[in-house]
Design a protein around this ligand. Structure first.
Ligand code: FAD
Length: 455
């Protein structure tokens, strides 16, 4: 048991549903209020992206609540990036060492599994069509409005946790507080999802064990596989301006754009036009705030505390890691929320900021660098080094995706790795000699000097 045993969670998205399970396992009574209807009865589209990349931080949280086995039945491993260059050539870049991969999972299916498990626990109750419209921070009272009847109800509890996403209503009430910091930043790019249907035999039209990328310098398309043989593509493109979504107003301009930039899509997506005009063009935002709590009454978690742009595939993973960290702190502080809440925000805030920055960096890497010969060479050398020193040299991408090393540490190590590679890449004839004895010996000496071995 903990010092707060009657907990209200606002938002039954990915993080709120998982958190309910963690807290119920600690013996708390958890009431979860969700604005939308129960997606298990309604349409399977949970909004936002259709599929997500799940990696080690997410798995580690799912493992902790016993969901690893059931979720592993609904994922597709992606072992690397399959790059579709502008000139029509293709290349494959493994993500890590053999066997290391990230996983494509349907957002809706994952959310459903989490809600099902939460509901199986007698400590948890889920309430749908309930929109949080206000929070009395001082008295821990949440006002909920029923989406059908528009009647309001006030719910009092020991602790309110806002897991109600990037545009959190719980956070909005905290924004009026003195010394509450908040920022939001929309990037120039927006996104649109498109679907590549399966073949007539129900199979995938491309390699299903890869995350496909069509890098085009300032913009890009990506595609992740689904279990039904389809791929969900996301086009990231300027929202407005000379070459942007804004210019793609009619079928002729869309056709010209795809013919020039992504000609393969004209074959892969037979009803491209229909999809392009039916699917929304959505914005991408980073939000930061601090503190993440009001006294020991209210806490923000997941996207409500730290929404990031999706280019490292870490938003949900970071939110799941929030739950693991909260659970660990509850163990360490023997269920004393008065100690846990400040410890939680102090530990997580620098890591949330780090992954927000890493996500920006990775956008440049994905849309631009992956098509550069120098970058491909660096990846080859990096793979060689991490195979030679598997326990000591962990590339930044691997630290973020395949470990639970804190994001802030991964970012710092990544900076050192970049400086180290700048040195290697200026070696004479490195393109030809990258795996020669001379270069390997030099790398060994420089690595020891750089002193960023782990373990
Ligand atoms: P949300 O998923 O936004 O859930 C919030 C819930 O709260 C929702 O159910 C909402 O209906 C409910 N709610 C909102 N307001 C209220 C209210 N007033 N009252 C009651 N309920 C309310 N992350 C990854 O890890 N990997 C990826 O590959 C990845 N890809 C992405 C691609 C795109 C295009 C986008 C936009 C995001 C991606 N993310 C990815 C990020 C990921 O979607 C989020 O980080 C994750 O959904 C956050 O979960 P959450 O539960 O905190 O918030």
């Amino acid at each position: 048991m903990t010092t707060k045993n009657n907990i209200t969670i606002v938002g039954a998205g990915l993080v709120g549903s998982l958190l309910a399970i963690f807290l119920a396992k600690k013996g708390a009574r958890v009431s979860v209020y969700e604005r939308r209807s129960d997606m298990r009865q309604a349409t399977l589209n949970a909004g936002k992206s259709i599929n997500l990349a799940l990696s080690e931080r997410g798995w580690s949280a799912l493992r902790a609540v016993g969901l690893e086995k059931s979720i592993s039945r609904i994922v597709i491993p992606m072992h690397g990036r399959h790059i579709h260059m502008a000139d029509g050539t293709e290349a494959f870049q493994p993500y890590g060492r053999d066997g290391q991969c990230i996983y494509s999972v349907s957002r809706a299916q994952l959310n459903i599994e989490l809600m099902n498990l939460a509901e199986e626990m007698q400590e948890v109750s889920l309430h749908f069509d309930q929109k949080c419209v206000d929070v009395d921070l001082e008295n821990t009272v949440v006002t909920m409005e029923n989406a059908q009847t528009h009647t309001q109800e006030q719910i009092q509890s020991d602790l309110v946790i806002g897991s109600d996403g990037a545009f959190s209503a719980v956070r909005r009430t905290m924004q009026h507080l003195d010394r509450f910091n908040y920022s939001q930043h929309y990037i120039e790019h927006a996104y649109k999802e498109l679907s590549i249907p399966p073949t007539a035999e129900g199979l995938w039209k491309m390699d299903k064990h890869a995350l496909h990328i069509w890098p085009r310098n300032n913009f890009m398309m990506i595609a992740l596989p689904n279990l039904d043989g389809s791929f969900t593509c996301t086009l990231f493109f300027d929202y407005s301006g000379e070459y942007s979504f804004e210019q793609l107003k009619d079928e002729a301009s869309v056709h010209t754009f795809f013919k020039k930039e992504f000609p393969d899509m004209l074959q892969l997506i037979p009803n491209l036009m229909e999809q392009f005009f039916a699917n929304p063009t959505a914005s991408l935002v980073t939000t930061k705030c601090y503190p993440w709590r009001y006294k020991t009454n209210v806490l923000l978690i997941g996207d409500a505390a730290h929404a990031i742009i999706p280019f490292f595939g870490q938003g949900m993973n970071a939110g799941f890691e929030d739950c693991t960290v909260l659970d660990r702190l509850l163990n360490e502080h023997k269920g004393n929320w008065e100690q846990v809440l400040p410890a939680f925000e102090q530990e997580r805030k620098p890591n949330a900021d780090a992954i927000a920055d890493l996500a920006y960096e990775n956008f440049i890497e994905m849309r631009f660098k992956v098509s550069e010969p120098k970058f491909l060479l660096r990846k080859k050398i990096e793979k060689m080094i991490s195979e030679m020193y598997p326990d000591q040299y962990v590339p930044k991408y691997s630290m973020v995706s395949f470990t639970t090393i804190p994001y802030a540490e991964a970012m710092e190590a990544g900076k050192k790795q970049d400086a180290f590679f700048e040195r290697i890449m200026t070696l004479e004839n490195i393109e030809e000699n990258w795996n020669s004895t001379e270069v390997v010996t030099l790398i060994d000496i420089w690595l020891k000097e750089a002193n960023f071995f782990r373990g």
